[in-house]
Design a protein around this ligand. Structure first.
Ligand SMILES: Nc1ncnc2c1ncn2[C@@H]1O[C@H](COP(=O)(O)OP(=O)(O)OP(=O)(O)O)[C@@H](O)[C@H]1O
Ligand SMILES: [Mg+2]
Length: 302
């Protein structure tokens, strides 16, 4: 019955990626950019594209509207080899993120639109049966899905489908507890700041230990410094690969794709976090989340 290696659930929207003099000055000042790219965005969409690029049979469950931005999302996903299972956008416009990108940092302006439309019931048992693994992205942008995600992951486990979660940042910075979800999460993939905020602890080792106690494996992304993982009874590190960084948008999502691909291929944690860190690094070679995503050959042949 299995049809997909991975079912990714979450956000899909265009990213309008601006570079140059991007720190807005108000008072009707006009500032000049050096580049503008309209690309596929959304943590779930970029993760799905990364998985497809690495050879996984990949489906994306996302709410996408019947509008210009929705059309862009559909066309890009199809070109990247991802099967879009479009959920009802409930009349909302397709979301959009404007990314103000600097070499070492970025600011993001997001119209949630359809991003918030997914509901737990959209992730049906039939869908969960079709996939070996389900990955959920951008939890804090999707309060409707978040409210029932523990139940979704519990159902996934009953179907022998493994689970992973990348919450990404909470724009409201409320960091509502995800303890009930983590009980049914095989792998949790935050960045260092998200890990600290979610655990409510400044030290990343202590924060990870607290979450591992609920039974999950924690895989923490740490920008140019690479990544670290903790699981019951062990931990390990991985460096990224040194590259000429153009844009770090979606590096964490490409990292997720590298990690999931390795684990679904039966690789151990050390190898998986190594593939992940390299996949994250390589994705920074071009603007946007998907333009420079790694193939298996890129990862295996330095
Ligand atoms: N400047 C960089 N140089 C080399 N590798 C990088 C750089 N930035 C990120 N990476 C690689 O990408 C991985 C994920 O990056 P990062 O820590 O930025 O994740 P994130 O904050 O979750 O990103 P996202 O914005 O996609 O959510 C890192 O673990 C590392 O392997
Ligand atoms: Mg992230």
């Amino acid at each position: 019955m299995v049809e997909f290696d991975v079912l990714v659930v979450g956000d899909a929207n265009p990213d309008l990626l601006l570079r140059g003099d991007v720190r807005p000055r108000f008072g009707q000042a006009e500032q000049l950019l050096t580049a503008a790219d309209l690309v596929l965005g959304g943590s779930a969409a970029i993760t799905a594209a990364g998985c497809a690029r690495l050879g996984l049979r990949t489906a994306l469950l996302a709410a996408v509207g019947d509008d210009v931005f929705g059309g862009l999302v559909r066309a890009q996903l199809s070109a990247l080899g991802v099967t879009l299972l479009a959920a009802d956008g409930r009349g909302a416009p397709t979301g959009l993120t404007v990314v103000l990108s600097e070499p070492d940092d970025r600011g993001m302006l997001t119209l949630p639109g359809t991003i918030a439309a997914l509901r737990p019931a959209d992730v049906t048992d039939d869908l969960l049966t079709l996939a070996r693994h389900v990955h959920v992205a951008s939890l804090y942008l999707q309060p409707g899905l978040a409210a029932g995600l523990a139940g979704v992951f519990e159902r996934a486990h009953r179907k022998n489908t493994t689970t992973s979660l990348d919450t990404n940042w909470d724009p409201a910075e409320r960091w509502e507890s995800i303890a009930a979800i983590l009980e049914h999460t095989d792998v949790f993939l935050p960045n260092a700041n998200e890990l600290r905020a979610i655990a409510g602890l400044d030290d990343t080792d202590e924060a990870a230990s607290k979450l591992v106690a609920s039974g999950t494996t924690v895989v923490m992304k740490n920008g140019a410094a690479g990544a670290r993982a903790w699981w019951p009874g062990g931990s390990c590190d991985a460096p990224g690969r040194s590259v000429d960084v153009v844009d770090t948008t979606g590096a964490g999502d490409s990292f997720n794709a590298g990690f999931l691909t390795a684990r679904l291929a039966g690789e151990n944690m050390e190898t998986a976090i190594g593939w992940a860190a390299v996949a994250g690094s390589l994705s920074t070679r071009a603007a946007g989340g998907t333009a420079a995503q790694a193939t298996r050959a890129d990862i295996l042949n330095p």
